[in-house]
Structure formats: C-alpha cells, structure tokens
Write a protein that binds this ligand. Sequence first.
Ligand code: HEC
Ligand code: HEC
Ligand code: HEC
Ligand code: HEC
Ligand code: HEC
Ligand code: HEC
Ligand code: HEC
Ligand code: HEC
Ligand code: HEC
Ligand code: HEC
Ligand code: HEC
Ligand code: HEC
Length: 289
Amino acid sequence: MKKLLVMMKIVTLSALLMGMTVFAAGAADPKPSLSNGDCVKCHSAAPDAIAANGGAHKTQVSCQDCHAGHPPTVKKIIPACSQCHSGKAHYSLSACLRCHNNPHTPKVIKLANNITDECLTCHTPQIAKLREVKSKHSALACSFCHNVHGKIPLCTQCHKPHSSDMLVSDCKRCHQAHMPTVVAYGSDTTNKMCAACHKNAFDLHSKTDTKHKGVNCVTCHKDKHKTVPTCQACHGAPHPPRMLARFTKCGECHNIAHDLNRWETGTLKKGDVEKAETLKQSKKGSKKK
Ligand code: HEC
Ligand code: HEC
Ligand code: HEC
Ligand code: HEC
Ligand code: HEC
Ligand code: HEC
Ligand code: HEC
Ligand code: HEC
Ligand code: HEC
Ligand code: HEC
Ligand code: HEC
Ligand code: HEC
C-alpha cells in the first residue's frame, strides 16, 4: 500500500515535472510549476515541523529558498547552511545538524554530553573561570552539566548537601559553579552551615557563656574559607604594653576564641602583670582539656 502510494507520488511528480518541461519549452516560460504550496501535497513531516516550530526558518525563508528545484530535474536540493549563515565563529563549526538536528526546527537543539569548544563560540566567561581555578569541574564538558541548552542544573543533581538541613539554594552562598573550590561567603551565612563540617568548633562556641557567643563564625572568619583573624584585629591592644610584651599570645590567658576563659570583670584593673600570671597558672590548672 505504502509502496503504491510512493509510486503514485513519483508518477504524479514525473507528470508534473514533465508537464513543466513541456510547458517551459512550449510557452518559453522558465517559471517552475512547483510552488511552496505544492510541497505539502506529497510531504508532511517537513511542513508540519516548520508549522509547529520553524522559528526564523518559517518566518524568514520558504521551502524553495532552501530547496531550489526538485528531483529528478534538479538532483541536489539540500542546501548547505553556509549558503545563508556565515561571518560568525559559530558558523564555521562542522556538522551543524549534530546540534540543530532538524533544519525545519532550527531552535530545537539536542546536545551530546561531551561538548565544550562549540559553546565557546558564544560563551566565554565560564571557561575563563574553569581554567583560572582548576578543579574537578574543569575536566567536565559544558554539556555534561548543561545537557539541554540554557538549562541550569542543580548542584544536588550530582552532590549531596553537607548536612540534611542544607538547602540546594544554599550552595551558592559558598560555591560558584565554574570555580567550586573557591569557597567565599557573605556575612549572612549562619553558624549551622559551618557546623556541617566543624561540629567541634560549633559545639564549643554554642556552649560558651562569653560575649563571643554573640559573634557569628563568619564575623571572625570573614569572607573566605580558612581565614583566621588575629584577636588584635578586633580588640587592638587591650592590655598594657608591659604585660603584652611578657605574654605574646592572647591564648596564654584567654584559651581559644570559641571557648574563652572568664574572669571576674575588673580582675586586671590595676594592670598587675604578676596577678595575671597567677591567674594564667590557676586557669590552666582548673581548665579541663
Ligand atoms: C508530487 C509529489 C511531490 C511534490 C509536490 C513535492 N515533492 Fe519533494 N519529493 C517527492 C518524492 C517522491 C521525493 C523522493 C524523490 C527522490 O528521492 O528522488 C521527494 C524528495 C524531496 C526532497 C529530498 C531530496 C533529497 O535529495 O533527499 C526534498 C528536499 C523535497 N522533496 C522537497 C520538496 C519541496 C520543497 C517541495 C515543494 C516545493 C516538494 N518537495 C514537492 C515528491 C514530491
Ligand atoms: C532553512 C532551510 C530549509 C527550509 C526553509 C526547508 N528545508 Fe527542507 N531540508 C533542509 C535541509 C538542510 C534538509 C536536509 C536534512 C538532513 O540532511 O537531515 C532538508 C530536508 C528536507 C526533506 C527530506 C528529508 C525529510 O525531512 O523528509 C524534505 C522532504 C524537505 N526538506 C522538505 C521541505 C519542505 C516541504 C519545506 C517547506 C515547508 C522545507 N523543507 C523547508 C533545509 C530546509
Ligand atoms: C536559505 C537561507 C538559509 C539556509 C540555507 C539556512 N538558514 Fe538558518 N536562517 C536563515 C535566516 C534568514 C534566519 C533568520 C536570521 C538569522 O538568524 O540569521 C535563520 C535562522 C536560523 C536559526 C535561528 C532560528 C530562530 O528562530 O531564531 C538557526 C538555529 C539556523 N538558522 C540554523 C540553520 C542551520 C543549522 C542551517 C543548515 C541546516 C540553516 N540554518 C540553513 C536562513 C537560512
Ligand atoms: C554544539 C552544538 C551546535 C553546533 C554544532 C551548531 N550550533 Fe548553532 N547553535 C547552538 C546553540 C546552543 C545555539 C543557541 C540557541 C539559542 O540561542 O537558543 C545556536 C544558535 C544558532 C543560530 C542562531 C543564533 C545566532 O547566533 O545566529 C544559528 C543561525 C546557528 N546556530 C547556526 C548554526 C550553523 C550554521 C551551524 C554549523 C556551521 C551550527 N549552528 C552549529 C548549537 C550548535
Ligand atoms: C550561537 C550562540 C550560542 C551557543 C553556541 C551556545 N549558546 Fe548558550 N546561550 C546563547 C544565548 C543567546 C543565550 C540566552 C541569552 C543569555 O542568557 O545569555 C544562551 C543561554 C545559555 C544558558 C542560560 C543562561 C542563563 O543565564 O540562564 C546556558 C547555561 C547556556 N547558554 C549554556 C550553553 C552551553 C553549555 C553551550 C554549549 C553546549 C551553549 N550555551 C552554546 C547562545 C549560545
Ligand atoms: C559542574 C557543572 C557545570 C559545568 C561543567 C559547567 N557549568 Fe555552567 N553552570 C552550572 C551551574 C550550576 C550554573 C548556575 C550558576 C548559578 O546559578 O550561580 C551555571 C551557569 C552557567 C551560565 C549562566 C551564566 C553564569 O555564568 O552563571 C552559563 C552561560 C554557563 N553556565 C555556561 C557554561 C559553559 C559554556 C560551560 C563550559 C565551558 C559550563 N557552563 C560548564 C554548572 C556547570
Ligand atoms: C552534572 C553533575 C554535576 C553538577 C550539576 C555539579 N557537579 Fe560538582 N562535581 C561533579 C563531578 C563529576 C565532580 C568530580 C567528583 C569526583 O571526582 O569525585 C564534581 C566535583 C565537585 C567539587 C570538588 C572539586 C574539586 O576539585 O575537588 C565541588 C566543590 C563541587 N563539585 C561542587 C559543586 C557545586 C557547588 C555545584 C552546583 C553549583 C556542582 N558541584 C554541580 C559533577 C557535578
Ligand atoms: C557554608 C559554606 C558551604 C555551603 C553552604 C556549601 N558548601 Fe560545599 N564545601 C564548603 C567547603 C568549605 C568545602 C571544602 C572543604 C575542603 O576544603 O575540603 C566544600 C566542599 C564541597 C564539595 C567537595 C567534596 C566534599 O564534600 O568535600 C562538594 C561536592 C560540595 N562542597 C558541594 C556542595 C553542595 C552541593 C552544596 C549545597 C547543598 C554546598 N556544597 C554548600 C562549604 C560550603
Ligand atoms: C564541607 C565541609 C566544610 C564546611 C561546610 C566548612 N568548612 Fe571550614 N574546613 C573544612 C576543612 C576540610 C578544613 C581543613 C581542615 C584541616 O586542614 O585540618 C577546614 C578548615 C577551616 C578553618 C581552619 C583554617 C586553618 O588554617 O586552620 C577555619 C577557620 C574554617 N574551616 C572555618 C569555616 C567556617 C567559618 C565555615 C562556615 C562559613 C566553614 N569552615 C565551613 C571543611 C569545611
Ligand atoms: C571579629 C572580631 C573579634 C575577634 C577576631 C575577636 N573578638 Fe573578642 N570579642 C569581640 C566582640 C564583638 C566581643 C564583645 C564585646 C562587647 O560586647 O563588649 C568580644 C569580647 C571578648 C572578650 C570579653 C568576653 C566577655 O564575655 O566578657 C574577650 C576576653 C575577648 N573578646 C578575647 C578575644 C580573644 C582572646 C580573641 C582572639 C583569640 C578575640 N577576642 C577575637 C570580637 C572579636
Ligand atoms: C570571635 C571570633 C571567632 C568566632 C566567633 C569563631 N571563631 Fe573560629 N577561630 C577564631 C580564632 C581566633 C581561631 C584561631 C584559634 C584561636 O586562636 O582561638 C579560630 C579557629 C577556628 C578553626 C580552626 C581550629 C579549630 O578549632 O578547629 C575552625 C575550624 C574554626 N575556628 C571554625 C569556627 C566556627 C565553625 C565558628 C562558628 C561556630 C567559629 N569558628 C567562630 C575566631 C573565631
Ligand atoms: C596574662 C594574661 C592575659 C593575656 C596574655 C591577655 N589577657 Fe586579656 N584579659 C586578661 C584578664 C585577666 C582579663 C579580665 C580583666 C578585666 O576584666 O578587666 C582580660 C580581659 C580582656 C578583654 C575584655 C576587656 C573588657 O573590657 O571586657 C579583652 C577583649 C581581652 N582581654 C583581650 C586580650 C587580647 C586580644 C590579648 C592578646 C593581645 C589578651 N587579652 C591578652 C588576661 C590576659
């Protein structure tokens, strides 16, 4: 049945095209008798595709702008893309139909999962980052993550959050997709997010009854992961120089920032170095490690 239909089509076509030749010879009019309206009589896939999703190939060109003539009179009627697209780096790529699978739906793009170089004909800032800071993401193809053009993948498609209460929207607080190993964060990052990996520090800091309890992790460890502040950055020189010359590390008396030692306020009012030393000894003795 199908065969018969094709046969009929070919016969009709031959008749049509022969008619055309006769017509052309007889009336000396070279006008082809096939018009854009005729194509649909024998072809359905291309006209349907163009009607549904032809984009600029529907609005700005016609069937015959691309397919000039018709077999058997004209044998090669498949156009090269370069006939109409030239002058941009993107148009010098090879095998356009790899991605623009169907010329009748040019904006419907299918990407294989190993594409990088072709993306660079239009996007460059991302590769600059991937190259500047080498990470395991640098070894991945763009389309490994962006498997549909324009789609932004979620980090959690491929990774587990650091803790169960961390949301996918949190990833961006600390990471950038194209340079994921550079961890930088804003001042609104909560202590709990750090707790995912620093339980010890978090527990000590939450339990302390000193004023550091009211200071957030990221107020001290500012902006960039692994930044460690000096005490002096916030406190300047809180004690007499004579004392600080003798005790070079604040921690000798105050223990660590997350778990400060405490004294009665006013203990050192008179700037008594010897008294401080005694305190240091006694605190060392009483403080359990
Ligand atoms: C009378 C039926 C008929 C009409 C009308 C017709 N075609 Fe065809 N077309 C065919 C058949 C049959 C073939 C297969 C012929 C072949 O492969 O030699 C074909 C093949 C094609 C091909 C494929 C050529 C190739 O090299 O693979 C294209 C493209 C095409 N037609 C476009 C058109 C366009 C555009 C129109 C309208 C301007 C049109 N056709 C009108 C019957 C028709
Ligand atoms: C922008 C250029 C362009 C336009 C416009 C265009 N085509 Fe095509 N067409 C192509 C190209 C390129 C191919 C070859 C596709 C391939 O190699 O896979 C093709 C293939 C075809 C084929 C053969 C393969 C198939 O899909 O059956 C037919 C038939 C066809 N076109 C018909 C049409 C008809 C009918 C129209 C108008 C409704 C049209 N084309 C509009 C570029 C175009
Ligand atoms: C006969 C001329 C012609 C041919 C051949 C042609 N195109 Fe086009 N195409 C156009 C025009 C005109 C536009 C609209 C202006 C522009 O974007 O350059 C267009 C637009 C496009 C668009 C954007 C579509 C949109 O809706 O914005 C893509 C993608 C495209 N073409 C891909 C291709 C590919 C791939 C081929 C080869 C298979 C091809 N074109 C062959 C004329 C053509
Ligand atoms: C690796 C996949 C890929 C290949 C190969 C490819 N394209 Fe594209 N093309 C795209 C993507 C992705 C877009 C962006 C679509 C969008 O803007 O939505 C695009 C957009 C376009 C556009 C419209 C936007 C513009 O800048 O003009 C045209 C025209 C086009 N391509 C033509 C071509 C031609 C011609 C070839 C072959 C020389 C080709 N493409 C090869 C993926 C590809
Ligand atoms: C022909 C040019 C062209 C090519 C090639 C191209 N793109 Fe695009 N891309 C665009 C345009 C235009 C947009 C929409 C405008 C924008 O947001 O920049 C876009 C948007 C995107 C977006 C969404 C941006 C956002 O802010 O939401 C991503 C992601 C993307 N492209 C990734 C890729 C990847 C990956 C490739 C290679 C597989 C690629 N593009 C190839 C032109 C292109
Ligand atoms: C590991 C997965 C991954 C890889 C590999 C990747 N991206 Fe992305 N890309 C993303 C994610 C996730 C976002 C969203 C970032 C955001 O929202 O801050 C993004 C965002 C984008 C955007 C939107 C604008 C921007 O910069 O935020 C573009 C365009 C883009 N990527 C293109 C590319 C290109 C081109 C490549 C290859 C050179 C690439 N991507 C490689 C995951 C990836
Ligand atoms: C499509 C999958 C995919 C997506 C989406 C993705 N990644 Fe990855 N990521 C990987 C793969 C694969 C590796 C390498 C894993 C390995 O080798 O152990 C990796 C590694 C990493 C690494 C370790 C890098 C290194 O060099 O040590 C970090 C950090 C990372 N990803 C963060 C993110 C963040 C944050 C997002 C979202 C912005 C994200 N990833 C999105 C696939 C993905
Ligand atoms: C509070 C900051 C912060 C947030 C929020 C964050 N990360 Fe991380 N992430 C880090 C730090 C810091 C490292 C690096 C640890 C190291 O140096 O080994 C890291 C490492 C990674 C790694 C590398 C492998 C590993 O587990 O060490 C992946 C993958 C990763 N993060 C994914 C994510 C994802 C997905 C999200 C969102 C759900 C996210 N991160 C949210 C700080 C954060
Ligand atoms: C994904 C796990 C992870 C997250 C989340 C994380 N870190 Fe880290 N952090 C690490 C690892 C791993 C190290 C290195 C430990 C080592 O070298 O012993 C580290 C080291 C540190 C150091 C010590 C630097 C040094 O030189 O001693 C500080 C300070 C630090 N992190 C603060 C933070 C803060 C503040 C947050 C929250 C904004 C945070 N971290 C979130 C994994 C993480
Ligand atoms: C980012 C700034 C910052 C850094 C760095 C910092 N502190 Fe503080 N510290 C504060 C703030 C804010 C207070 C509370 C001040 C107030 O409320 O009067 C405080 C209070 C204190 C107090 C009084 C505690 C109390 O409960 O009365 C001591 C002691 C102290 N800091 C010692 C240190 C030592 C030792 C270091 C280094 C290990 C250090 N600080 C690092 C900001 C900082
Ligand atoms: C008041 C400032 C301050 C606050 C608040 C603070 N830190 Fe620290 N942190 C420091 C200082 C200073 C050091 C260096 C050790 C020292 O001298 O106490 C340090 C050391 C660290 C270290 C490396 C040594 C260790 O203990 O493992 C990590 C990790 C760390 N902090 C994480 C955190 C986390 C997580 C928080 C929030 C729960 C936090 N810090 C809150 C100042 C602070
Ligand atoms: C020899 C022990 C010793 C050393 C070393 C020491 N301190 Fe103190 N510090 C004390 C004592 C005891 C107090 C309580 C005195 C008081 O309340 O007036 C105190 C109080 C403080 C206070 C709270 C002051 C207030 O007004 O509440 C800060 C802040 C402080 N020290 C910071 C530092 C810093 C920063 C260093 C290092 C540069 C440091 N200390 C070194 C013993 C010491």
